[in-house]
Ligand binder design. Structure first.
Ligand SMILES: NC(=O)c1ccc[n+]([C@@H]2O[C@H](COP(=O)([O-])OP(=O)(O)OC[C@H]3O[C@@H](n4cnc5c(N)ncnc54)[C@H](OP(=O)(O)O)[C@@H]3O)[C@@H](O)[C@H]2O)c1
Length: 388
């Protein structure tokens, strides 16, 4: 098998433009096409994808998602020779990758990539490639121009591994957001915080993305958009059918879909108002004064859990009657902490841990934004007794 001579790069977005540029700089003949007709700064482009495909013996796809891949391949079907290699670097769902592998047969290479625009320019991508031996051998010189290749059994596995890799990236971005929010709450200078974070587990991410993370930021142009990472997390959640909190978190971030993923780490906490009833609830426990519970809860609230082996469901008045208007004798040793808060428009969920003497309680709250502000609509709790 001989290496391809002319490469068509379909999709000249952030990655496609960088890939086309890298390949041309390494002496491949490259012809590019992109849906918008946008010119490339570095490679010859054509306005017709069929023209690009007809001239190429390898067609590289760098498209946003699975539907875009299907659409473009439909459009060029008549120009695609059976021996033309189709090398798909796009991040798509495992079932979409399987479908394309079936449709394109032995000339298909699914090769999702780890690394962003700077890694393309340096030829330092990590590439997960799934293909039959013949297609793999023909695509290999192109892949090795872009980075290091790791062979994977089949297209669906390559696609799934890529989504898993990106779930760790999404988790790291949101862990960084939590660290920056805590640092802001402590009033620490952002530059010092970034210096220290660079020394730790998120150091690589912080170093790469620092211009987006400084206050104010010094970078604007996204290398990898929140929209693309949110797309990947939605694909992963759908494929695994397992809860994936980062999927909702990224999709709902006010940073916007076109911003770089690092901008999601700089979104400040906007939870002050929703915390008010939770703080009133904490004051109720600290003082034993039920007035604070009446401030915290809606009058219709129920407080529910298992007590002495039996399910109890108290109305607010019954719950308030449990408190005597004075702190518990061991109040100085008690502690309470809000662990999780998720706000979704006019509703929210929160989890709190309360250490009360020998007992630890997990309280789970449903909150609503009523006319007069946020209130707890209901609470369910579990008592972890030190005796059990
Ligand atoms: N950026 C990264 O760091 C990175 C890293 C690894 C993997 N990836 C993956 O690589 C792929 C490309 O990412 P990117 O960052 O380059 O995205 P991008 O900048 O948004 O570019 C997307 C490309 O897809 C084209 N496109 C979108 N919808 C289309 C449709 N329906 N029909 C035809 N073309 C369509 C766009 O065309 P026009 O803009 O010309 O309309 C553009 O060329 C994605 O799958 C992404 O998840 C990205």
């Amino acid at each position: 098998m001989t290496a391809p001579h002319t490469l068509a790069v379909l999709g000249l977005g952030r990655m496609g433009e960088a890939i086309a540029t890298r390949l041309a700089a390494q002496d491949w003949n490259v012809v590019g096409w992109t849906r918008s007709g946008r010119a490339s700064g570095t490679v010859e482009v054509t306005g017709d994808p069929n023209d690009a495909v007809a001239r190429a013996d390898l067609v590289l796809l760098s498209l946003f998602d699975g539907p875009a891949c299907r659409q473009v391949l439909d459009d060029v079907r008549d120009s695609l020779r059976t021996d033309t290699i189709v090398l798909n670097t796009s991040t798509i769902a495992p079932d979409e990758a399987s479908e394309l592998a079936r449709r394109l047969g032995p000339s298909h290479v699914h090769a999702p990539v780890l690394g962003s625009v700077p890694a393309v320019a340096a030829g330092a991508l990590r590439i997960l490639a799934a293909a039959e031996q013949g297609a793999f051998d023909r695509a290999r010189p192109v892949l090795e121009t872009l980075g290091t290749v790791r062979r994977v059994d089949d297209a669906a596995t390559a696609a799934a591994l890529k989504l898993i890799a990106n779930s760790s990236l999404a988790g790291a971005v949101l862990a960084l957001r939590d660290a920056l929010r805590q640092a802001d709450a402590l009033g620490l200078p952002r530059a010092q915080v970034l210096d220290v974070l660079e020394l730790g587990q998120l150091g690589g991410l912080v170093a790469r993305k620092r211009p987006f993370l400084t206050d104010p930021p010094t970078a604007g142009t996204a290398e990898f958009t929140i929209g693309a990472l949110a797309k990947d997390m939605a694909l992963l959640a759908a494929a695994s059918n397992a809860p994936l909190p980062v999927a909702a978190d990224l999709a709902g971030t006010p940073a916007g879909t076109e911003a770089d993923i690092a901008v999601a780490a700089t979104v400040p906490a906007t939870d002050d108002e929703v915390l008010e009833p939770l703080h009133a609830y904490i004051r109720g426990h600290a003082t034993g004064d039920p007035t604070h519970f009446r401030d915290a809860f809606l009058p219709t609230a129920h407080i529910e859990g298992i007590r002495d082996g039996a399910f109890v469901s108290w109305r607010l008045g019954e719950y308030c009657a449990l408190f005597q208007g004075r702190p518990a004798p061991d109040e100085p040793t008690r502690s309470r902490r809000v662990d999780v808060l998720g706000v979704h428009g006019t509703v929210a969920t929160a989890t709190m841990t309360l250490h009360h003497g020998a007992d630890t309680f997990t309280d789970i709250f449903l909150l609503v934004r009523a006319d007069d502000g946020w209130r707890i609509a209901n609470k369910a709790y579990h008592r972890h007794s030190s005796a059990s």
